[in-house]
Design a protein around this ligand. Structure first.
Ligand code: NAD
Length: 250
């Protein structure tokens, strides 16, 4: 049955940034599809835990440093015995005119959005190879993996690079049965876009350009996330799928 291919029963997923927004929605969708979920967050993912129950385990870690990576993997294996899926969702954005943009705003964004993503992905892929199981990696990209954006140079650099390494890693790891794909959300109503949505002019500008006529929500990402985490996408590799209400096609 085709719907069986979308099942995540018996799988264990690590989802970073599990306390809120898109990451919380992905955790909930994976649990509904049958997976055990390890949510990694800086602060406790209490609400996410309440939504999911015993299939959820929270690992508290600050992903601005790569030092936490071995402990994330160890705690996942200790709790659920294996790893099958990784979603690199945690991300930050800093808005400042490029003429004034500070080194701190550059480094902090590149560390969380790119450096830790690469080394966490590498650690999880090593586990997949050791398990001889294959696995699924999903990188949360952005419209700014395709476009320039305004006042967000470090974010655009990180998300364009994410789309690039999604292809590199798919090329190298397909032979191990590992799929590396991306999801590029459009403009979604979360903390990440709060500042933008409060700027009346920018907000109206953005909304008028979205063919769907509305901001996206975490629910809008669930189908793509479960698809790319499941056997239904076994022959999809190295691609970043836009879930954007039509924005990129405009
Ligand atoms: P959000 O700000 O609500 O969530 C960001 C998540 O990242 C939070 O769970 C936060 O705790 C986590 N995080 C940030 N820094 C961390 C750190 N140092 N250690 C551990 N966790 C950390 O925003 P969101 O919209 O849910 O963003 C999720 C992802 O989606 C991000 O990668 C973001 O760039 C991307 N994205 C969002 C949009 C949008 O419109 N909201 C569009 C495109 C891409």
């Amino acid at each position: 049955m085709i719907l069986d291919k979308f099942s995540l029963k018996g799988k264990t997923a690590i989802v970073t940034g599990s306390n809120t927004g898109l990451g919380q929605g992905i955790c909930r969708a994976f649990a509904e599809a049958g997976a055990n979920v390890v949510g990694v967050s800086r602060r406790h993912s209490t609400e996410t835990g309440e939504m999911i129950g015993s299939a959820f385990h929270n690992v508290i870690a600050d992903l601005s440093s790569v030092e936490v990576i071995p402990s994330v993997i160890d705690q996942t294996v200790a709790k659920f015995g294996r790893v099958d899926i990784l979603v690199n969702n945690a991300g930050i954005i800093k808005r400042q005119d490029s003429l004034e943009f500070t080194e701190e705003n550059w480094d902090s964004v590149l560390n969380v959005n790119l450096k830790t993503v690469f080394f966490l992905t590498q650690a999880v892929a090593k586990k997949f190879v050791e398990q001889k199981s294959g696995g699924k990696i999903i990188n949360i990209a952005s419209m700014l993996s395709y476009q320039g954006g305004i006042r967000v140079p470090s974010y655009t650099a990180s998300k364009s690079a994410i789309r690039g390494i999604t292809m590199t890693l798919a090329n190298e790891w397909a032979k191990y049965g590992i799929n590396v794909n991306g999801i590029a959300p459009g403009y979604m109503a979360t903390n990440n876009t709060e500042q933008l949505r409060q700027d009346g002019e920018r907000s109206a500008d953005i909304l008028s350009r979205i063919p769907a006529g509305r901001w996206g929500t975490p629910d809008d990402l669930e189908g793509a996330a479960v698809f790319l985490a499941s056997a239904a996408s076994d022959y999809v590799n190295g691609f970043t799928l836009a879930v954007d209400g039509g924005w990129l096609g405009r």
